[in-house]
Design a protein around this ligand. Sequence first.
Ligand code: TPP
Ligand code: MG
Length: 338
Amino acid sequence: MSRQATSTDGHNIDRDRLVDLYRTMRRIRAFEEAAEKASITGQVGGAVHLSIGQEAIAAGVCANLRQTDQITTTHRGHGHCIAKGTDPGAMMLELFGKEGGTCGGKGGSMHIADFEVGMLGANGVVAAGLPIAVGAAHGAKLMGEDRVVVCFFGDGAINRGPFMEALNWATVFKLSVLFVCEQNGFASTTHSDAVTGGGGANARAESLGLEAHTVDGNDVAAVDALVADLIPRIRGGSGPMFLSANTYRLKGHTSMDPALYRDQDQAAAQWDVDPLIRAADELRRLGLADSDLAAIDSAATGEMSRVSEAADAADTPALEHAFADIQDVGAPVWEAQS
Ligand SMILES: Cc1ncc(C[n+]2csc(CCOP(=O)(O)OP(=O)(O)O)c2C)c(N)n1
Ligand SMILES: [Mg+2]
């Protein structure tokens, strides 16, 4: 018989399932630590947005999805991609701008897409994933498919127009979307609360007729339990639902941001409630040996340092491929004008 634990939110969880969720979170963490390093050394051009500290949301939500279900994500989307099943090797090649990347090395960190596993795309434009998710769900409805679409976005996105348009459309057409708002307290360097009027995300969702829930987004067992309840209801035709997952962005807005605008004591204290530490503590209570946890950790770091080394060694895309797989918008403006 499998062992059960009670998460801080009062949910029982099977030990094997928690091990799987922990492994997913650890793989995300290891990928992002490798990406952070590569960004700082300049092997990856520019900054990357890390979801370190937010892994429980990606892991807990995506563990309840089928391969045919779909997700959209944001500029901070590595974790969602890995949790949905995208190959970290192809992702790292993409970050490095190399051949074999998810988008041929042309998209980079903020534009990873992997349709094979239902990953419809990261997106550098805040809130732009919401209408895409709704469009995908509307397509599923028109085709009579029981796909669920999960839309991940941040607490900054709720203050942009597409948020209202997307929720409204989803509710009017009773689409199978789970909107997941990652409430990490910040929109870049701005405290989200300081720029959010009224009752906030859930109140806005409820005003449009969506059932709205809140979860401790650093408790992977709680996220898993709640989403395990919501997804079958959405798949069964309930219409869209909304989930606010409370978390904290443990790193700066980007890998280049020292985040000095934060209360440094508060930021330091958040490492004590790191979702990985909490899940590991829970697993120890369930009798998992430290050596088993260490084995999961080193497998994850080993995997991600291998993909990072491979990406560094890989070829850059050939020049003749520069204009392949891009949208044809006609002749360049200067040619059209001449
Ligand atoms: C339309 C638009 N406005 C502004 C930006 C600049 N920008 C990039 S990320 C970001 C903050 C987003 O905050 P949130 O949605 O909470 O996501 P988080 O970074 O916290 O994950 C902003 C303002 C942008 N990318 N797109
Ligand atoms: Mg945010």
